[in-house]
Design a protein. Structure first.
Length: 287
């Protein structure tokens, strides 16, 4: 009796079989938001790119998203085309000169996606906050005022492990770590995980690691493939199945101040961020 052998599963960059995550079901209502902090003390690993494009992909799936620019460079604000130099910013909320976050939030050209902008003023916040009571919890207090209006709040951190990043981790329910497929980016992840553990122990017991997202992956290079293998060996199931490839389409989208899901909606990079949104919903990190 002959038997038919099933076709072998396609293996993705992580070495696991490729999975197709289902399209999220529509929500009956909105809020309270799950807050996800995107952080890595190394710069240039894709934190802002991921904040913008993950936010846009979740918005496409009907989620109300607030993206918070928590980096004095203001790259997220610029990448979504919102004003920063002639408008109040998240700095004003941290300093208490503005009490209502709704006075800060700006809508974007992408439906369901709003931004709380930042500019260079934010660089002074750590100095001003260092003597404040409960200084690590100031952002959490701000976000409580708008959490009911959104399904997801994404906090795009600066490349450091200073007081601003600790504020973002203290406010968050989960952490997403974008990790460039490059050896020097890998070296710092252990320190970041240690910081997350300290915040969990001392400030935010509910904080979870939602996943490590491999970015700037180039399957043509042995180095990318070796780093990917090492990341998966080290962090196992914490590494997301979704992998973001390296492409010039991301700088093009930045110049146009729109997400790649809009500037190149049929490009594999846009598909990857939609898959990331679906994977986070499937993992329970997003409603």
């Amino acid at each position: 009796m002959s038997t038919k052998s099933s076709a072998p599963a396609t293996v993705g960059p992580t070495g696991r079989p490729v999975r197709d995550f289902p399209v999220p079901v529509a929500l009956d209502g909105h809020g309270p938001a799950r807050i996800i902090t995107l952080c890595n003390q190394k710069g240039g690993v894709g934190k802002t790119t991921t904040s913008i494009n993950l936010g846009a992909a979740l918005a496409e799936y009907g989620r109300r998203v607030l993206a918070i620019d928590f980096d004095p460079q203001g790259a997220l604000s610029a990448g979504l085309g919102v004003r920063t130099h002639d408008a109040p910013t998240v700095y004003d909320l941290l300093m208490g000169s503005i009490k209502d976050p709704k006075q800060i939030i700006q809508s974007t050209a992408t439906p369901n996606l709003d931004v709380m902008p930042a500019n260079i003023d934010l660089s002074a916040a750590e100095v001003h906050l260092v003597n404040e009571v409960a200084r690590e919890q100031i952002l959490a207090g701000v976000l409580r005022k708008v959490s009911a209006d959104y399904d997801v709040i994404l906090v795009d951190c600066q490349p450091s492990l200073g007081l601003l990043t600790v504020n973002a981790l203290t406010a968050a329910h989960g952490v997403l770590i974008p990790l460039e497929c490059e050896f020097f980016a890998l070296r710092g992840v252990a320190l970041l995980i240690e910081t997350i553990d300290k915040v969990r122990d001392r400030l935010n017991p509910a904080l979870q690691l939602d996943g490590i997202l491999a970015t700037m992956y180039d399957s043509r290079t042995l180095h990318s493939r070796e780093v990917m293998e090492r990341v998966v060996d080290t962090f196992q199931d914490d590494v997301l199945d979704t992998v973001i490839g390296r492409t010039v389409k991301f700088p093009d989208a930045t110049v146009s101040a729109r997400p790649i899901t809009e500037t190149a909606p049929d490009h594999p990079a846009a598909a990857a961020y939609r898959q990331l949104a679906r994977e986070l919903v499937a993992r329970g990190a997003v409603a």
